[in-house]
Design a protein around this ligand. Sequence first.
Ligand code: ZN
Length: 234
Amino acid sequence: MKCKYCNCDCIKKGIRNCKQKYQCKNCKRYQIETYSKSVIPKEKYQWVKQLNNEGCGISSISRLLEISKSSTQRLIERIASMLKPPDICETGESYEIDELRTYCGSKKKECWIMYAINKISGAVIDFCVGRRTKENIKRITDSVIKLNPKRVYTDGLNIYPSLIPKSIHKVFEYCTNRIERKNLSLRTHLKRISRKTICFTKNERMLRNCLSIYFDPQLLIYEIPIMHNCLNIR
Ligand SMILES: [Zn+2]
């Protein structure tokens, strides 16, 4: 047998649970040919998605699904990598762009969630996590301008006028009502950005993953509706 870490030859060394164990001659690691321990069942993927969107943090998801915290983190990462960005083919619509302030690691390290929504349907067009710089905001405005918008509504941040053509850019009081309301939903539905809790984001990549799971439109279809089959409620 070849080592799965370094591809060198392995020698037979011991038996555990009626299975032959091997040790690599080069890196000395132990391994077996096939692992029978089941991986996390598929329906737990759906549960991770749903619990993430219902205000559960990583610790609470791992407690509810009875998997370890590191498995939960890995699952979130895997789910986020499986999601495809939605292909939006609409033109002549109105959009709102806004930024939501949060922090990453410590309160001193501020971090912004910048995103754009369709003013009528509320669908998220694109989002970006990071510092509130011109480059980051440009990524959002670019994906909005690509859709040939009728109007783009933003707040009075001084970066927008240089990025959005003046003819379609609108800034006035209460023009970003819809996205401001969505900010409140975000703060309620995602544990890591809700206020007055001790939960916070330790890692910007994880915030990005949780947001892409939250913003994924396909989540509206609940694939596995029976709860007591997946969750072991004692
Ligand atoms: Zn090896």
